[in-house]
Design a protein around this ligand. Sequence first.
Ligand code: SF4
Ligand code: SF4
Length: 173
Amino acid sequence: MEDEHLCVRCSCLGRTCCQWSEVYVTPGDVDRIAEHLERSDFYEYREPSDSDYAAQDDDPAWQHYVFQPDGMRRVLKRRHGGDCTMLGPSGCRLPWEVRPLVCRIYPYDYDEIGIKPQLLHGCPVHLLKPGQSLITLLDMNVDAARRWHRQLYEEIRLETTADVDRVDLRPAC
Ligand code: SF4
Ligand code: SF4
């Protein structure tokens, strides 16, 4: 089974990122997914249940735009047990160009400045052979991740929750 995609091998182990992640969706994600599904009941507003999602002190733009004053943010609904409602028997049911931007970028780590050199933890790196690259096995590349990262930070600025009293963090032109 070594020629199976790493995500397939990961799913055989139990819980993939699609089964435990809290997926924030931008206003652009919502539009794309709603158009694809022809419904808009796939998201909700929730506080992070994992404190890692709330610890955004190193990314003030994310903190400012993504989180509402009450600490909630827009996330995909999950089934009882944690599975993302977009998860089907063969993986994500959304085409790449519709999938939430944070899903497309995972497991790259990032902040507003850009993609960080180290990856997020969560993928089963113990399945890699010596010399194998996680990013290569996931069929990802950093150029695409940078493009989606730019789009992500453009789209979080479309959030309408920012009120006039909050500090404008947009970079000066
Ligand atoms: S991206 Fe990583 S954690 Fe998610 S399914 Fe693939 S291998 Fe598993
Ligand atoms: S939208 Fe797709 S890729 Fe993202 S968590 Fe849900 S099933 Fe996984």
